[in-house]
Design a binder for this molecule. Structure first.
Ligand code: SF4
Ligand code: F3S
Length: 267
């Protein structure tokens, strides 16, 4: 058993900001260290791998060969499709080509972050690179979307450990998001909800209502239309989430959130 092969995971980073990886490293149950030393074999990851250059690409191809049909591909970032994909190139290969090559023999694909899941910031108007979500390019493979800008570490690691534990994908919603983390809106579980129900709203970030912790809806909170687990799971090891820190939800886990009205406009 000690020599049993751990689940191979190949993590591709395309048009992204590395925020998804930053969030991934904040996982606490299991911790990142436990995850990558005991549960998975993270065979390729630009930020976390020790090798670089040709050795890194060789490691990716070796993992694909050794685990054909069994490895999981995690992707963060959207893929530029304009001008045949030249806006983002890694090791001489466009993101388009690297994605197609890497997913060909994958068991499943996990798109983490709103850029990979829905196009995100690179896809915002006028979308100069022709950015698209991973789902638009990967056909015929099981695919999970874990949106968020960044996604919650609990959602990323929880989804991977679900696959490891049960050998199958978790239950997904219509946007291919795991229901366990995206089954309710922020508004459904928000501790400021009693103020919303009583019609008590802050009207500026420093008025008496804000000081009293009233609802942030009239300051543009998108909690009522945003599916994510922030209000129940919370961030930084369960410490807080944007609304608890005094700012409304900007809907970062929903499709097109950059273009769907101003961040500070009420719905
Ligand atoms: Fe709903 Fe936002 Fe108000 Fe919370 S702060 S109750 S999520 S509108
Ligand atoms: Fe994003 Fe809203 Fe959570 S902005 S981090 S989904 S509270």
């Amino acid at each position: 058993l000690a020599r049993a092969r751990r689940q191979s995971v190949i993590w591709l980073s395309f048009q992204e900001c590395t925020g998804c990886t930053e969030s991934f490293t904040r996982s606490f149950s299991p911790s990142l260290e436990d995850l990558i030393f005991d549960f998975i074999s993270l065979d390729y990851h630009h930020t976390l791998q020790s090798v670089s250059g040709e050795a890194a690409e060789a490691a990716r191809r070796q993992a694909m060969k050794d685990n054909a049909g069994q490895y999981i591909v995690v992707v963060d970032g959207s893929v530029p499709t304009a001008a045949e994909g030249v806006y983002s190139v890694i090791a001489g290969q466009t993101n388009l080509a690297m994605l197609a090559e890497t997913v060909e023999h994958a068991a499943a694909v996990v798109a983490v972050g709103t850029c990979a899941a829905f196009g995100g910031l690179p896809e915002a108007h006028p979308n100069p690179t022709g950015a698209v979500a991973i789902d638009a390019l990967v056909k015929g493979k099981p695919l999970i979307n874990i949106p968020g800008c960044p996604p919650m570490p609990q959602a990323m690691v929880g989804t991977l450990t679900h696959i490891l534990s049960f050998g199958q994908l978790p239950e997904l919603d219509a946007l291919k998001r795991p229901r366990a983390f995206f089954g309710e809106t922020i508004h459904d579980r928000c501790y400021r909800r009693p103020f919303y129900e009583r019609g008590l709203f802050a009207h500026s970030f420093d008025d008496e209502g804000a000081r009293q912790g009233w609802c942030l809806f009239e300051l543009g909170c998108k909690g009522p239309v945003t599916y994510n687990a922030c209000a129940s799971q919370k961030w930084n090891g369960g410490v807080s989430f944007p609304i608890q820190s005094g700012h409304g939800c900007i809907g970062c886990s929903e499709p097109g959130f950059w273009d769907r009205g101003g961040l500070y406009q009420p719905l």
